[in-house]
Design a protein around this ligand. Structure first.
Ligand SMILES: [Zn+2]
Length: 349
């Protein structure tokens, strides 16, 4: 299994410290699953072990996340509760696979940058694997996310300024130690793709017509696209749901150029230069941009329905209201992160 540059086709060993090619291109993983043997006794995403590119399993007990009905403006949608994963966000999927692959490859130390959820996930899985990690976070990140990182024993670097300045700080050290970037590294997407397998199985192999997800670096939608593509190649499904990216007005690189990021309640999706932006443009069917008052309203709506998702996840609610999806087409929204750790001055009501 190798890293393969999307741009020039060169291949590199998995243990390469820098997660991009010498030509600047992003990597795919040279890995295509040839069968799907579901382990019926395993109630985590490891039940799809045959399609995962690792033998090693660094696990914190990832449950199959529930899909529950949610009524938004008289429309019945399904909500996938990704915030119920071990550290409280969908990032655990990518972290489990990336950390497992690192341990398999003999990597014992890495660095990562994140607005919080990926940092919490990567540091927790590093702790589980007995690996050392350095985490770069915006100093403005939710305190609870930073506490999660600290408690796991990671070295934390708080970077003043925007999310992009945090990325710049970690990239200045590229090549020193393994950069396990959730935005750059293709192994992360082979973790988030498990969401597609779960949705397919939970939907009895009849996929929803539309899926909406909060979108920053694109790990949800790119992972879903990868998983659904594999499922079609494996002959398990025959359709690709329409994938809709929801971005905050404060930072919407899918529709703004150039992007001038502003502070936002949706702190998890403020990535102004996603490494896989052109790939993301290819896989999404539409982009919906929502304002700060709309995000707050969506957050309060979810809370009032009993869903403890973070404000970043709530962007899907106003997005649904703005879309004109025919009533007979099915919709799934991904609630990506937990409200338990979003103590950034937002109250529920
Ligand atoms: Zn290249």
């Amino acid at each position: 299994m190798l890293l393969k540059c999307q741009n020039c086709g060169r291949t590199f060993n998995i243990a390469r410290k820098v997660p991009w090619c010498e030509c600047g291109g992003v990597f795919d993983l040279d890995f295509v699953p040839d069968s799907l043997d579901i382990d019926p006794c395993d109630f985590s995403f490891w039940r799809y072990g045959g399609v995962l590119p690792v033998q090693e399993r660094v696990s914190l007990g990832e449950p199959i996340t529930p899909i529950v009905p949610l009524l938004v403006e008289n429309r019945n949608v399904s909500a996938k509760l990704e915030y119920l994963l071990p550290t409280g966000s969908f990032k655990d999927r990518g972290a489990a696979i990336l950390v497992s692959a690192m341990r398999e490859s003999g990597v014992d130390r890495f660095m990562e940058d994140s607005s919080g959820n990926a940092a919490a996930a990567m540091s927790a899985y590093a702790a589980r694997a007995g690996m050392r990690c350095e985490i770069f976070c915006p100093a403005s990140a939710s305190p609870v996310k930073l506490i999660q990182v600290e408690r796991s024993g990671a070295t934390i670097h708080r970077i003043e300024g925007s999310r992009d300045q945090t990325t710049a700080a970690v990239m200045s050290r590229a090549g020193e130690i393994f950069y396990a970037s959730h935005n750059w590294h293709p192994l992360f997407l082979h973790g988030t793709k498990t969401m597609a397998y779960e949705i397919a199985e939970q939907s009895h192999w009849v996929l929803p017509d539309h899926i909406l997800a909060p979108t920053g670096g694109g790990a949800v939608l790119l992972g879903l696209h990868l998983g659904f593509t594999e499922l079609m190649k494996l002959g398990r499904t025959s359709t690709m749901p329409k994938l809709h990216a929801v971005q905050a007005e404060a930072c919407a690189p899918l529709v703004q150029n150039p992007v001038q990021p502003a502070p936002s309640l949706a702190e998890g999706i403020l990535t102004s230069k996603p490494p896989r932006l052109s790939m993301l443009r290819r896989v999404v069917d539409s982009v919906i941009v929502v304002s700060e008052p709309e995000i707050l309203q969506g957050f309060r709506f979810l809370n009032a329905c009993g869903f403890n998702a973070e404000p970043t996840s709530a962007v899907v609610v106003p997005a649904l209201r703005k879309m004109n999806i025919p009533p007979d087409e099915s919709v799934l929204v991904v609630l990506t992160g937990s409200g338990m750790k979003s103590w950034n001055g937002v109250s529920g009501a």
